[in-house]
Design a protein around this ligand. Structure first.
Ligand SMILES: [Zn+2]
Length: 347
């Protein structure tokens, strides 16, 4: 047994750092190796003599792995392996209230729901709506902005038509951020403007050519749209603020990220939503109607399924397939949200 474990250990990709000067034992994620990244961003699992803390860390890491393993967020898993996401600040952001000063409110609940759907790749874009209501939405599968490509959660944030349209406003917003950082930073003031202009989240808005628009799901702009704080974003604040004013810089980081998120939501998601709502209004498609259709469909399917089973003793009818597929879809979304919720809000 011991031989077997030792052999497995030599082949393992994991990194264990034993420091004989202390009792701490640091184990790292396979993608989080100290050799591969800067020391500031290494988040080791510390096994020390406070067993409660060590067990809590292990459980939290398991929750994190479970969350990342979900098939709907494969792009986020890949970005994590490349160490593009700053998870510490992503969690801070998820616990930050950007809409009002109240601990709970209808507005905040609405925003949190949108935030969770967005980061889980589950905003109700036409591809998802079509899965639930194939007959109603089969003629409107294309992106509301460009009318050229199918609308998915990925295309929504990378549609070249809308990115071109918001480019001047996004540039203005970036200039505002530069001024904000300028007024509070306490080091290297001269470099602030250049850092923003060359940062991939913002740089495309300063280029006259549209060749530089963000176009892939591993782009940091796309990850920002999805609500994840990236390391290239948080690095701005470690660069221009000394540890003495860390509290101020942390506050500013969340303020800028909030403004950025709200801008993207207002300028990309909202206009698309208005167009879709107008389309529904013209056809008298209301939320109430959609809900009643789903309930009717599922009860009809249940009945049909029962009849089919009784008559032919053959449960594999197409209705069975559809209803079990949508059940599986809902179940998988629930599973993702619960692991996301556990991971984001309870660590
Ligand atoms: Zn488009």
């Amino acid at each position: 047994m011991a031989d077997h474990l030792a052999k497995e250990g030599t082949l393992s990709q994991s990194y264990i750092d034993i420091n004989p000067a202390t009792v701490k034992l640091n184990a790292y994620y396979t993608w989080d190796l100290p050799k591969e990244l800067n020391k500031d961003n290494v988040h080791p699992l510390v096994i020390d003599h406070n067993i409660r803390h060590a067990i809590a860390d292990i459980t939290n890491f398991q929750t994190f792995h479970k969350f990342l393993a979900h098939y709907r967020i494969e792009d986020i898993r890949k970005a994590t392996f490349k160490n593009a996401i700053d998870w510490k600040w992503t969690k801070e952001w998820f616990n930050h209230n950007p809409v009002d000063n109240l601990p709970t409110s209808r507005k905040l609940t609405k925003f949190r729901a949108w935030q969770m759907k967005n980061c889980a790749n589950s905003l109700p874009t036409m591809d998802i709506l079509h899965k639930y209501n194939p007959d109603l939405f089969s003629t409107v599968l294309l992106c509301w902005h460009c009318q050229l490509e199918k609308e998915t959660n990925q295309h929504l944030w990378l549609c070249p038509t809308i990115l071109k349209k918001i480019k001047p406003q996004f540039k203005q917003l970036t200039l505002r951020f530069i001024a904000l950082v300028h007024s509070s930073a306490d080091t290297l003031q001269v470099d602030i403007s250049n850092t923003f202009r060359t940062n991939p989240i913002f740089s495309w808005s300063f280029r006259s050519s549209d060749r530089f628009l963000p176009s892939s799901t591993d782009h940091v702009f796309y990850l920002t749209c999805r609500g994840f704080c990236t390391n290239v974003f948080t690095a701005i604040f470690t660069k221009f603020f000394s540890a003495k004013i860390r509290r101020l810089s942390n506050k500013l980081l969340l303020q800028i990220f909030s403004e950025l998120t709200i801008f993207l939501k207002q300028h990309i998601w909202k206009p698309r939503n208005l167009l879709f709502k107008r389309w529904k209004l013209e056809r008298n498609i209301t939320t109430k109607l959609l809900r009643s259709r789903i309930t009717k469909n599922s009860s009809r399917k249940r009945k049909r399924m029962g009849d089919a089973t009784n008559l032919s003793n053959n449960p594999s009818t197409s209705s069975h397939h559809t209803s079990s597929r949508s059940r599986a879809l809902i179940q998988s979304h629930r599973h993702l949200y619960s692991s996301l919720h556990r991971f984001i809000f309870f660590i």
